[in-house]
Design a protein around this ligand. Structure first.
Ligand SMILES: [Zn+2]
Length: 288
């Protein structure tokens, strides 16, 4: 079970890993906490009259298409996107938005889905949200609270039969290390690096802070599934520019230089040995 804040997050974080596990016969469920109603239109080709008016509906269609591309199921938890507040000081979050919903309430909603779907493994974001969006930070909080509560019969007794998920991971896909590997390759080729701007921003953000890569415990080989990940990204047509950063590095180069997606094992209820190459490591023995 992969818990994500907005529709499209599942396609940019751990998507090829999910496609791989689905292909290998695991049941994979994406839980999307909000409807992404406050996302702006980030693909100039989709910024046409009428699109913004039916953005809710369009994002649902996009999400369904992305789930099909990855071969996974998807469930909406039904909360409203908090939007990314901008300005100094930051404006208050809009009333009724997900990040303002009491944690007990959203945790119960996620516990209900966990008890129904009964996942062995969950993924979510780290305590910084991976990206400082209030819904991403809340996604971390809700996922961790639900991971702790789902197996406890005393907690949320009306939310179904207790079920104890065994492992929970943080996504660490957007690392400086990965960009460095591509930058070095372009330098070697003597060609301009198409992600230079992103790379510069990332270097600035990371200066004095450890890179996500330093927290990675688990690297999942999934290069074969990068084309499916890209199809899923393209399905989010209002959010993702097909001429943008996600598609700037040739597929062959990505598969050769960086064939994995990265995760950090945040909590485990089964013994496992780090580093791992499989999110299900240690689980097979446990459930046989
Ligand atoms: Zn998001």
């Amino acid at each position: 079970m992969a818990v994500h804040a907005h529709p499209d997050d599942e396609s940019s974080k751990g998507a090829a890993t999910m496609a791989r596990y689905a292909d290998e016969g695991h049941e994979v469920l994406v839980v999307t906490l909000t409807g992404g109603e406050r996302g702006s239109i980030l693909n100039p080709a989709m910024d046409t009259p009428g699109v913004l008016e039916r953005i809710d509906e369009i994002r649902r269609e996009e999400m369904a298409e992305a789930a099909r591309a990855l071969g996974v199921r998807q469930h909406w938890l039904g909360y409203v996107d908090s939007g990314l507040p901008e300005g100094d000081p930051l404006p208050p979050l809009p009333e009724g938005s997900f990040a303002l919903v009491p944690l007990e309430e959203s945790t119960e909603a996620l516990v209900r889905v966990i008890r129904e779907f009964r996942p062995h493994v969950m993924t979510t974001y780290d305590e910084n949200g991976g990206y400082p969006h209030p819904d991403h930070i809340r996604c971390h909080e809700v996922s961790m609270a639900a991971f702790a509560a789902a197996g406890d019969p005393e907690r949320f007794p009306d939310a179904g039969e207790p079920w104890t998920p065994l492992k929970i991971y943080y996504d660490h896909g957007f690392t400086l290390g990965r960009l460095e590997a591509f930058a070095a390759e372009y330098a070697k080729l003597g060609e301009p690096f198409p992600l230079q701007e992103w790379y510069d921003r990332m270097r600035e953000y990371r200066s004095g802070r450890p890179d996500g890569l330093s927290r990675v415990t688990t690297r999942v080989e999934c290069a074969k599934y990068f084309p499916q990940r890209d199809d899923a990204l393209r399905a989010h047509a209002t959010q993702i520019d097909p001429n943008g950063v996600f598609f700037a590095i040739p597929m062959e180069m990505q598969q050769r230089l960086w064939p994995t997606e990265e995760f950090e094992l945040a909590q485990s209820r089964v013994p496992t040995t780090l580093p791992e190459t499989d999110l299900f490591a240690g689980i097979e023995d446990e459930i046989q």
